[in-house]
Design a protein around this ligand. Structure first.
Ligand code: NAD
Ligand code: LMR
Length: 333
């Protein structure tokens, strides 16, 4: 029997990530090849015409899984009944801007959209915040939507996770699909800590630790980390626009694994509400290694954290604590 359609909200749908993301959702990349979807597309009035153009293209593409498109500038109409909400709408970072510069523009958007989601989305809506500052926007959304379970509000660090997999695969000249269990700790910013201490690579003679295959500690603790941390800025420099296809693809990975589960023996990175695991302050949205089963994520426990890593986990937590304070001060202005 055919499944009932899932309603997927994409905010900022007329923007560049939106344009890359909506065909992926309509093709089943996010929720599976047998899951019909109804797309809810939200943007702001100046982008209404472009949004309508996106809707026209979705119709023209005749996606078999796409059972309807709601394209609107009305936040209530956009949020009504949605099961999955991918929050991309916001003001993106331009070349030369620090992420904090975009804070005040974005937190007020997330405060007001929190209320609309809380009142009008499906009770168990799963929320993924992509727009920067992603962790702090998600935190604001959580705080202003208290009836949405806190486990349902997450932010995107899967792009950073995938970037780390990509760097290891290039360095070792192996398939990216053979590399797993890197971790992104903390903020989706240049203080994030990409950690390979528990990562492995599938080889013809079994699974090997990345640390055993790459003896160059200086690279692993230096250039590898900074390359992943700075990748967003490098893309902006090269494209004069921030990453879009990789962000859209990673957003699909995030929701797919959350809903359909992570493969046995594999974890992924998600920005989730901290419960104090790994001595990360509770009350931040912080990226942890997680596994997913039955639509729920669980932080992987018991991984060793050496002294080098500890400092990095704390540094990015400090930045998030500062961002949280700054966000609240912006909301008071
Ligand atoms: P974009 O400017 O192309 O698109 C953003 C869209 O959001 C625009 O169409 C704009 O009109 C719309 N918008 C603005 N305010 C809105 C509101 N209140 N409600 C609904 N829509 C609104 O930007 P983009 O390149 O698509 O990037 C979107 C966001 O994603 C940015 O904040 C960017 O920094 C962030 N980003 C995050 C990651 C990540 O890994 N977390 C990666 C890449 C980009
Ligand atoms: C990215 O990681 O590509 C985006 O978050 C863009 C940015 O502002 O760094």
């Amino acid at each position: 029997m055919a499944k009932d359609p899932v309603r997927v909200l994409v905010t900022g749908a007329a923007g560049q990530i939106g344009y890359a993301l909506v065909p992926m959702v309509a093709r089943g990349v996010m929720l599976g090849p047998d899951q019909p979807v109804i797309l809810h597309l939200l943007d702001i009035p100046p982008a209404a015409e472009a949004l309508n153009g996106v809707k026209m293209e979705l119709v023209d593409a005749a996606f078999p899984l796409l059972k309807g498109v709601v394209a609107t500038t009305d936040v209530v109409e956009a949020c009504t009944g949605v099961n999955v909400a991918v929050m991309v709408g916001g003001f993106p970072r331009k070349e030369g801007m620090e992420r904090k510069d975009v804070m005040s523009k974005n937190v007020s958007i997330y405060k007001s959209q929190a209320s609309a989601l809380e009142k009008h989305a499906a009770a168990n809506v799963k929320v993924l915040v992509v727009a920067n500052p992603a962790n702090t926007n998600a935190l604001i959304l959580k705080e202003f939507a208290p009836s949405i379970p806190e486990k349902n509000i997450t932010c995107l660090t899967r792009l950073d996770h995938n970037r780390a997999l990509g760097q290891i695969s290039e360095r070792l000249n192996v398939q990216v699909s053979d590399v797993k269990n890197v971790i992104i700790w903390g903020n989706h910013s240049s203080t994030q800590y990409p950690d390979v201490n528990h990562a492995t690579v599938k080889t013809p003679s079994g699974e090997k630790p990345v640390r055993a295959l790459i003896a160059d500690d200086a690279w692993l603790q230096g250039e590898f980390i900074t390359t992943v941390q700075q990748r967003g800025a490098a893309i902006i420099k090269a494209r004069k626009l921030s990453s879009a296809l990789s962000a859209a693809s990673s957003a699909c990975d995030h929701i797919r694994d959350w809903v359909l589960g992570t493969p046995e023996g594999t974890w992924v990175s998600m920005g989730v509400y901290s419960d104090g695991s790994y001595n990360v302050p509770a009350g931040l949205i912080y990226s942890f290694p997680v596994t997913c089963r039955n639509g729920e994520w669980t932080i992987v426990q018991g991984l060793s954290v050496d002294e080098f890593s500890r400092k990095k986990l704390d540094l990015t937590a400090e930045e998030l604590t500062e961002e949280k304070a700054l966000a609240y001060s912006c909301l008071q202005d």
